[in-house]
Design a protein around this ligand. Structure first.
Ligand SMILES: Cc1cc2nc3c(=O)[nH]c(=O)nc-3n(C[C@H](O)[C@H](O)[C@H](O)COP(=O)(O)OP(=O)(O)OC[C@H]3O[C@@H](n4cnc5c(N)ncnc54)[C@H](O)[C@@H]3O)c2cc1C
Length: 273
């Protein structure tokens, strides 16, 4: 139940409204207004609708891709300007009705364990532009690595950006029992191949903790070495994954599926540019 609904006309007004205790930013509402049955919905004292204040633009300028926080999953999935790893991550949200409403800003704001976009954005070392309220009440724009922003979720996310450096390979994948079921694991990977060896490997996974995060132990298994076969990747990765048993599956099932999607992503990574 939303007790109060506000639709500010400017970013300054939105930040002022959000500064009041009990206020929460409302984007597509596909997480905020759903999930009561799972006990996951926060107390919605005052919903501050930011839908028309946050850019939905998707741009590629030179090697840099900039995704407006208001970009919907469907717009990301449809954009020809984007590398396959981002389009596939957006498309992995199986329900088209939800893709039409769900935004990038809401995905990083909700920061669910099996978030679709967070792992690939972490693997691509994305940065977040966000707005905070300055001392004079005006919006001040700041930039931070996504990993840092996720740790504190300060202000309103305005956009996420990443570089498509030539030679970088990247991919995303998702495990679920059926296409429409909730995910048990998500993954994003990025790396280069230099002289046949894996370099600058970044692996981020969801489903193995409260939030999707980088996995340094997994990265260390493959960094600086030739990429092993998929079967070998699975065998090496599975023992390094920690999972809990819950309604999504047993710990053993999640570790197995996690290792399989990691192997799929590493072996199937495609050029970013
Ligand atoms: C049927 C269904 C299927 C789903 N499947 C998936 C799935 O496959 N993968 C997945 O990741 N999620 C899934 N979700 C969850 C949800 O759709 C996503 O998390 C979505 O990205 C949320 O975006 P939203 O715009 O609807 O955010 P909202 O629900 O409006 O907000 C989510 C949170 O983010 C905050 N927020 C919103 N915008 C910003 C911003 N610009 N800056 C800072 N904080 C902000 C809000 O305050 C809130 O805390 C599903 C939901 C449903 C109902």
């Amino acid at each position: 139940m939303v007790n109060e609904y506000l639709k500010p006309k400017t970013l300054d007004e939105a930040l002022a409204a959000l500064a009041a205790p009990g206020s929460v930013a409302l984007a597509g509402g596909t997480w905020l207004l759903v999930g009561e049955e799972h006990g996951t919905r926060p107390d919605l004292g005052r919903a501050v609708d930011i839908g028309e204040l946050v850019s939905a633009g998707i741009e590629r300028k030179g090697a840099t891709v900039r995704l407006g926080a208001g970009a919907t999953f469907q717009a990301l999935a449809d954009s020809r300007a984007l590398p396959a790893c981002i389009r596939n991550a957006a498309l992995s949200m199986a329900n088209r009705n939800t893709r039409n409403r769900a935004t990038l800003g809401g995905n990083i704001g909700a920061d669910k364990s099996c978030a679709s976009l967070v792992p690939i954005l972490l693997a691509l070392d994305a940065t977040v532009e966000y707005a905070v309220r300055g001392a004079d009440g005006k919006a001040v724009t700041k930039t931070a690595p996504l990993a840092d922003w996720l740790g504190r979720k300060e202000g309103l996310a305005l956009a996420a950006s990443f570089d498509t450096a030539p030679g970088t390979l990247a991919a995303t994948s998702r495990a679920s029992r059926t296409a429409c079921d909730v995910a048990t694991a998500t993954v994003g990977v990025a790396y280069r191949l230099e002289g046949g060896a894996v370099k600058a490997l970044k692996i981020a996974m969801g489903g193995f903790g409260p939030h999707a995060r980088r996995m340094p132990k997994l990265e260390a298994l493959f960094e600086g070495k030739p990429l092993p076969s998929k079967a070998e990747i699975e065998k090496l990765a599975e023992p390094s994954l920690d999972a809990i048993s819950d309604q999504r599956g047993s710990a053993a099932y999640k570790k197995r599926r996690g290792a399989v999607i990691l192997a799929d992503a590493l072996a199937g990574a495609e050029a970013l540019s």
